[in-house]
Design a protein around this ligand. Structure first.
Ligand code: ZN
Length: 149
């Protein structure tokens, strides 16, 4: 299926992030037709930037490429449930559909914690599809953190 192939691209970004010593999270932004506009993995360590999460980097790249401040009609795939910061950015970017893999009870902000998209202050909520390739996304994170200990 179309969305599975994009999650595989997000997973390869996550694997590349792990190789750089970053938390393995990857994100992909596609047009409504399924064309990849941007893809990124976490780079917080490399850039010394706590906001350099995969989703933020992908949104920045897509907006830059398209020369626009919003991504109305575009979809975002990410291997892990977005944190509150990224969820707010996804809302501000007017992303159409959000697909994510593993859920994140510790730091997630979509189905956990701040639940940004169901907050009354949220002006735009994407359609949300969770659990995509979740086992694979989770295994990657578990492996990474197990190796750190
Ligand atoms: Zn984030």
């Amino acid at each position: 299926m179309r969305f599975n192939s994009h999650m595989q691209t997000a997973l390869s970004e996550a694997r590349a992030a792990a190789k750089r010593g970053e938390v393995p999270v990857g994100a992909v932004i596609t047009s409504a037709e399924g064309r990849i506009i941007a893809q990124a993995g976490n780079r917080t360590r490399e850039l010394n930037d706590p906001t350099a999460h995969a989703e933020i980097l992908a949104i920045r790249e897509a907006c830059h490429t398209l020369g626009q401040e919003r991504l109305t009609g575009y979809d975002l795939y990410v291997t892990l449930e977005p944190c509150p910061m990224c969820a707010a950015a996804i809302s501000n970017a007017r992303i159409n559909r959000l697909y994510f893999g593993a859920s994140d009870p510790k730091s997630g902000g979509v189905t956990h914690g701040a639940r940004v998209f169901s907050h009354p202050q949220c002006h735009h909520a994407p359609e949300i599809y969770d659990g995509l390739s979740a086992a694979e996304c989770e295994a990657l994170l578990k492996e990474f953190f197990a190796a750190k200990r």
